[in-house]
Design a binder for this molecule. Structure first.
Ligand code: MG
Length: 161
């Protein structure tokens, strides 16, 4: 029997670099560094894309939006998540909720969490009450703790629409 509900997990990390805007959860956040990557490197949206694709067993972000493809150079990750939601819907599922943990030594994310939740909810076609974004540090341990990059973990639930 196929369950009406399915869970998916997503992970992403990007290196922090000077001279790029920092975009997380569809929101531009003032900071000295931004995330390096082929697209706009929005690691929050990338982790959510992998979580919803995973819930529907539709592969991963690299398979649908390869970083060797010039179409996705500096692409808005908002547009990639919009497309991923369409893939999930085409398979008969609708996003229910997502829970995201962002691990960053800096900047402080708390002031930006509600803006991220609102934007993610808008893209997923749900409401901000179904979108959780939590910021943590890694207590100065490892590469993230040295401020070299940002890591994101996400889980998503989808239901048969
Ligand atoms: Mg990524």
């Amino acid at each position: 029997m196929i369950s009406d509900f399915r869970v998916g997990f997503g992970y992403d990390s990007h290196r922090l670099t000077e001279g790029r805007p920092l975009k997380l959860g569809g929101v531009e956040i003032p900071h000295t560094h931004g995330l390096d990557g082929h697209s706009d490197a929005d690691a929050v949206l990338h982790a959510i894309i992998d979580a919803i694709l995973g819930a529907a067993a539709l592969g991963d972000i690299g398979q649908h939006f390869p970083d060797t493809d010039e179409r996705f150079r500096d692409a808005s990750s908002d547009a990639l998540l919009i497309e991923a939601v369409l893939f999930v819907r085409a398979k008969g599922y609708e996003p229910v909720n997502v829970d995201v943990t962002v691990i960053a030594e800096a900047p402080r994310l708390r002031p930006h969490v509600d803006a991220m939740r609102a934007r993610i909810a808008e893209i997923l076609g749900t409401n901000p009450g179904a979108v959780s974004v939590k910021g943590k540090t890694s207590e100065h341990m490892g590469a993230v703790g040295r401020g070299e990059g940002i890591e994101v973990h996400a889980v998503a639930l989808v239901k048969r629409g």
